[in-house]
Design a protein around this ligand. Structure first.
Ligand SMILES: NC(=O)C1=CN([C@@H]2O[C@H](COP(=O)(O)OP(=O)(O)OC[C@H]3O[C@@H](n4cnc5c(N)ncnc54)[C@H](OP(=O)(O)O)[C@@H]3O)[C@@H](O)[C@H]2O)C=CC1
Ligand SMILES: O=C(O)[C@@H]1CCC=N1
Length: 267
């Protein structure tokens, strides 16, 4: 099996599944016609799948029968119920299952899937839709070496794959998977300030977005410590340090750390 003959099936076709499908099709990993999907509401599914040519199906049973790689992309509370009727199909030795269900680890599937199911648990983030994603993947999985290689072939073009031990998956997921929301809030706040000072809204968003993208790219290209990246922008007696001092006064870094703590505590 390789990506040229792979059929991928989503069980659940909401925000995350659509982001993944979009990224994979746009990156040329596979055409929409080799992706199948089911969801709770068929009419809505038909609308959501049309533009990529993804094939809508009526049930998880149809998806499992059609797909070599089945992606569980429903809410955590729904996963046991959707897997129950297709446990046997999912355990087919030629099939692999990827769970992107928030908070679910390999161990959580012991009572949900049949023993021997080839399963990997990973959490993507929404930038996967533009080929700039992250997949935080539990180090332990039950894939064969060949399936693990195929998994990498499929997702490498659209995401950085970060394999972590079970106990670190949660915080890794929070930073990679939840923080796009916090980063979007930061961009929104920067743009609001820009608009307050007269910048047109779209220009303000463009500046904020490119700045976030470029700052991340600069770190990835150079590995410079983020503290040193900050220092490099702050000229002595200059403008940037005034903003740094103001952010510190208002607890900026503490607020970010507390947000991650809140997710990890499950507040
Ligand atoms: N959004 C994100 O950034 C991320 C999400 N995740 C995880 O991905 C999973 C999905 O999240 P998200 O896409 O945001 O949620 P959505 O609510 O957007 O999507 C959930 C999907 O599940 C479908 N569904 C519900 N019940 C069934 C059922 N019985 N059979 C088949 N499909 C069903 C829904 O169908 P319908 O649309 O018809 O109601 C919908 O398509 C969650 O576990 C989440 O933790 C992981 C990483 C990031
Ligand atoms: O908020 C959520 O439940 C999901 C999990 C990771 C990102 N979004």
């Amino acid at each position: 099996m390789n990506t040229d003959s792979l059929t991928l099936g989503f069980i659940g076709y909401g925000n995350m599944a659509q982001a993944m499908a979009q990224g994979l099709v746009d990156a040329g990993v596979l055409p929409g016609g080799r992706i199948v999907a089911c969801a709770a509401h068929y009419d809505r599914l038909v609308e959501r799948t049309a533009h990529l040519g993804v094939r809508p199906m009526h049930s998880g049973t149809e998806v499992a029968a059609a797909a070599d790689l089945v992606i569980l992309a429903v809410k955590p509370g729904q996963v046991a119920q959707v897997c129950e009727p297709i446990r046997h199909e999912l355990a087919d030795p030629d099939r692999m299952v990827l769970s992107v269900v928030g908070g679910m680890t390999l161990e959580d599937y012991a009572d949900i899937l049949e023993e021997g199911t080839h399963l990997i648990c990973a959490i993507p983030n929404t930038p996967i839709s533009v080929g700039q994603g992250i997949l935080v993947t539990q180090e332990d999985d039950t894939l064969t070496d060949q399936q693990r290689e195929l998994f990498t072939q499929v997702f490498d073009p659209v995401a950085m794959i970060e394999r972590l031990p079970r106990e670190l998956v949660s915080v890794g997921t929070t930073i990679a998977g939840c923080a796009p929301a916090y980063t979007a809030m930061y961009m929104e706040a920067l743009a609001d300030a820009g608009v307050e000072h007269g910048l047109p809204r779209q220009a303000a968003y463009r500046l904020a977005a490119r700045m976030v993208e470029g700052t991340g790219a600069l770190y990835l290209a150079t590995g410079t410590n983020p503290g040193a990246m900050k220092d490099a922008v702050c000229s002595p007696g200059g403008t940037t340090i005034k903003g740094v001092a103001s952010l510190e006064k208002h607890g900026f870094r503490g607020a970010v750390i507390e947000a991650i703590d809140a997710v990890e505590r499950g507040d």
